[in-house]
Design a protein around this ligand. Sequence first.
Ligand code: SAH
Ligand code: SF4
Length: 466
Amino acid sequence: MSVKTITAEELKEQEIYARKVRSVTHTYFEKPVAYVHTYGCQQNVSDGEKIKGMLEKMGYGFTDEIEKAALILFNTCAVRENAVDRVFGNVGALKRLKKKNPDIVIAICGCMVQQEETARKIKNTFPFVDIIFGTHVLHKFPELLCRHLFEGGRILEIPDCDGVIAENISVKRESDFKASVPIMYGCNNFCTYCVVPLVRGRERSRNAEDIISEVRELVDNGYKDILLLGQNVNSYGKGTEVDFPELLSRLDRLEGEFKIEFMTSHPRDCTERLIDVIADSEKICHHLHLPVQCGSDRILKLMNRHYDKAHYLGLVDYARKRIPGLNLTTDIIVGFPGETREDFDQTLELMRNVCFDSAFTFIYSPRLGTKAAEMEDPVSAEEKGKWFRELLEVQGECGSKSYQKYVGRTVKVLCDGKGRTSEEYFTGKSRENIIVDFNGAEKDIGTFVNVRITEAKAWALIGEKV
Ligand code: SAH
Ligand code: SF4
């Protein structure tokens, strides 16, 4: 598939639209404010920052109080049914606001909208929604808003186009020292349960030079925590001179005091070379989020995951050997169509064997257009709920045990604010990406601090500054 990079001319066109919107927003007595709510994963959060960047250029300020907003935007997630239901509920509640003030602009974008059926449903169910646009036209938001403000009417923009990379969209970052940097978009894996490839399109990697110069600029501007994003970062630049391990080592060599995180890794594409790069690096987090999804080879095959349990366990062994103190986390789906009690027992066994530091666990949710949604699914929701609770119990035991290994060690923590432990405590994340609460001070926020760990809780480590 050919990748289309949005040209400088196309972006210039968007700037003209942005200026036109600005000419209207600036006639307000007070600067209009926007309420932007993002649902779902880090990729969506990153898109949300671009949306806010574009809105800022169009003259908008921001508010957390939806009642005060002149523009309300929901950036949606489609990965599971409950995320979709939440959006439908929250959009429905906007009717009252629009009735009170018909001038409010209501926009919906993101993964949910990229599915034609859902977009039409939103359009038909909620006639008060003004702008609906898909993930591939994010960069065209100024044009869509401009058209709505100047010409009126409703706008539905969900082109089937794919493979778009838009560089240089302005970004309004939520933090002064943490930044996420998408390195690739889309996914080619087609795990049979997953809607992501259908709403985010085919896999496409950004140019390494663009990524490296973005990270260099962020570090020069004081950013200390760089999160590299992609649905399957391990297949970044596959077959080219700069693949993912190479990209990581080039970023690791950049000057400055900062740390590099990345997500998500796919066990099929996670190599020993990648683990070696992490182990030998100075700045890459000792955290591997490696979703296994299930412990049964039969179900892994039905999920189209392209690895088996033995391959996964081999990777875990190698990673734990090469990176002592590694924080290993995973995702698990319970109740995939056709999963039996025997299959599920294998997941429990794998959980006990590996003893993950933490795990995100989900009950399977059928998604429109995916292969799994067509499969026989005889196990009742009640039974799946029971399995799910068993899984949580097993993970709970592992999670609280695993943090014990950090007690007595000194870890480097990037402080990011007030802690939960007590009024005097501050919080941050270690190089293993684990939350650490410690006796810090206001001036520590945004800096690295050495902390000796004195206690392990289920959700965090507690320590004293050294
Ligand atoms: N690209 C990432 C993230 C995908 S979505 C990855 O491959 O890991 C994040 C997690 O949501 C997945 O790892 C999976 O565990 C879960 N998930 C995805 N689709 C799901 C579905 N239909 N039902 C339940 N969980 C799902
Ligand atoms: Fe979905 Fe699988 Fe792609 Fe992850 S790798 S986004 S789970 S299809």
